[in-house]
Design a protein around this ligand. Structure first.
Ligand code: ZN
Length: 197
């Protein structure tokens, strides 16, 4: 089994073990592998430094360890430009689509992203049409939303965003590793920074 296949299995096990995730979407464990060239980002080194200590003793820890093992083989991406978020943000954040229409494993049923932000970053207000569920695999972050109270989320917590719900997230003294699921209308859209008030 390749590290990406092991991560796919770990994601399926994590969803199955986490009622909030399972209630949002079934994980497409049978999605076929679609080999893609690896694309690295500088954030991988920060991801490993932040979470190499996490013990693979439960589904969340196994998922986190599997992300670190698969990170060098994944097709990492940045949604935003340096003009939008700055060079430091781009150097310490990144995501890849594990399962989905463009993922390492192909399905049209949902998108499952692995996303990481380093410590002390402000992910500014943004929005997208698809419904979204964040699951915190490791680390923590202050989640803000136009429709919900602020919440400091830690490993094991989830946060649901409705379609077009504006949201933002700040990290403090630790980075954050998340599994992000998208479903419904707008599955082929992308997040966009909200217009400045
Ligand atoms: Zn979002």
């Amino acid at each position: 089994m390749t590290p990406l296949e092991a991560l796919h299995q770990a994601a399926a096990a994590l969803v199955a073990a986490t009622p909030a995730l399972l209630g949002f979407a079934a994980y497409p464990v049978d999605a076929a592998a679609a080999p893609q060239d690896a694309v690295g980002v500088p954030a991988i080194a920060h991801l490993v430094a932040d979470f190499a200590h996490v013990a693979p003793t439960d589904a969340r820890g196994i998922f986190t360890a599997a992300v670190l093992a698969a990170a060098p083989l994944a097709r990492w991406q940045h949604t935003y430009s340096e003009a939008e978020v700055g060079a430091d943000f781009l150097a310490r954040y990144g995501w890849f689509e594990l399962a989905g229409p463009d993922g390492h494993f192909r399905t049209d049923a949902l998108r499952a992203y692995v996303a990481y932000w380093g410590r002390g970053l402000q992910y500014d207000w943004h929005e997208h049409e698809a419904e979204e569920l964040y699951f915190i695999a490791a680390g923590s972050g202050l989640f803000r939303s136009a429709r919900q109270p602020d919440a400091m989320l830690v490993a094991g917590d989830t946060r649901l965003h409705a379609g077009f719900e504006r949201h933002a997230m700040d990290t403090d003294r630790t980075g954050i590793l998340t599994l992000v699921l998208w479903r419904g209308a707008g599955l082929n859209g992308v997040p966009a920074m909200s217009p400045k008030a």
